[in-house]
Design a binder for this molecule. Sequence first.
Ligand code: NAI
Ligand code: MG
Length: 357
Amino acid sequence: MEKKIVVLPGDGIGKEVVDEGIKVLDTVAELFGHQFKYEEDVIGGAALDQFGIPLREETLEKCQQADAVLLGAVGGPKWDTLPGHLRPEKALLGLRKGLGLFANLRPVEVFGPVVESSTLKREVVEGVDVLVVRELTGGIYFGLKDRGEYDSGEAWAKDECIYSVEEVRRIAKVAFEAARGRRKKVTSVDKANVLETSRLWREVIQEVHQEYPDIELEHMLVDNAAMQLVRQPKQFDVLVTENMFGDILSDEASVLAGSIGLMPSASLADAGGLGMYEPVHGTAPDIAGQGKANPLATILSCAMLLRYSFGLEQEADVIETAVKSALEQGWRTPDLVLSQDDPKSVLGTTEITNKII
Ligand code: NAI
Ligand code: MG
């Protein structure tokens, strides 16, 4: 298989972890006889430094023509004082919008060997395997924003929340399809007791469910879901929800696994296989340049890339198995260190990647 991957390392540890992801992809390519071609470009702070804008039009075009995009992270203190439209994060919103990435997938799997690094009790988190599917381009984040004044002179602000049937339908399909390859349960999270958009959401989810009689569907109100995620996270298989609820719940879910350095993500587009893959973490300025960033989130994002954009299930499995087995053998990066670990098993970014390879 021959594929083109645009690589956008970004800033801080972004480059360090993306480099390791590429080494793993190259290993898989060699093992399975594929050819992956990489095209690297700058975004975020690096693009601001070189070109004065966080995302160039030609970068976006390159991504649109690629088969997949591998991203590191953007931002850092150097660019913190810039005005809103020149913030490095603008690059992420521009990519999501420009590539039509409407579905954000964040798997939260608690790997046995590092269960102790979670802040929750072992019996609560051991065996957790949740896939959070968040709608990424609709809802209140993209609705009309406005400010005004009442006759009394008091100021007001508003954010409109809109969802169309089609927007809900396509994310519902992503969730049900994902559940088919997993434990066949979808929990749809909404606030249908209060919000009209949530009532539409629930109707459409139910309608799409007709096409998936093999999948169990349950509805849960968002406040209860927030509670259940820390109370009994093992009850969830696929959790699907709208943009803002998904933003909050996916961050909440990500703490179950112990370190943010383990959390991969995929953002998928409507047509065909194009997707963007990135670790959930940021640029970690506090450890950048020290060679100790955990590359596992990025390496696991590469596995998602192979699975979702290229349909290479077996290749994705090989990467995930290698990551698990490196952890089982006791190899750690500093963010994962448990008190009883042997200090000799603590490795840097490149060294742990070599174990995985
Ligand atoms: P962060 O995720 O960069 O770091 C939070 C903490 O986790 C830090 O102590 C860091 O050292 C640690 N950490 C993160 N990733 C790690 C890894 N792979 N291995 C080991 N430790 C890791 O979040 P923070 O500090 O809030 O933001 C730093 C910068 O990153 C900011 O400029 C922020 O805007 C940006 N950011 C970018 C994101 C993106 O590009 N998707 C997402 C989140 C933050
Ligand atoms: Mg968030």
